[in-house]
Design a protein around this ligand. Sequence first.
Ligand code: ZN
Length: 139
Amino acid sequence: MKTWHGGCHCGALGFEFRTALPPATWPVRACQCSFCLKHSGVYTSDPSGSVRFTHQEPQLLSRYRFGHKTADFVFCGRCGWYLGAVAEEGGETLMVVNLRAFDPQPEGLPAAQPMSYEGESGDARNSRRASRWTPVSDS
Ligand SMILES: [Zn+2]
């Protein structure tokens, strides 16, 4: 497993993304929904990896929900940087991290694939997240 670091611009919020996969094989998904287009959300995840939060000032974490309201979009309340989306599935917390929050940027990433999830049923959305998103761990 290798650990990749990311966070917001002002340093209040951070995360570690752990994966055994080299960046050239990471999924890179550019969601085409109205929110992700506005915030340049480009995501990766690894269901066999993990995400751990390393926030310096966790009180600055702010969350936004829209649409189906089944995921929280997570930001810094000071600098506004967008870290990714978090959802609860089957008692687990899962996340997709925004690649633009990585520091440094991983080299050799594949080109982003435009994704549209419009019209997806609730069941399809849950199983997609369960099979693709990264589990969030405390340690
Ligand atoms: Zn910040």
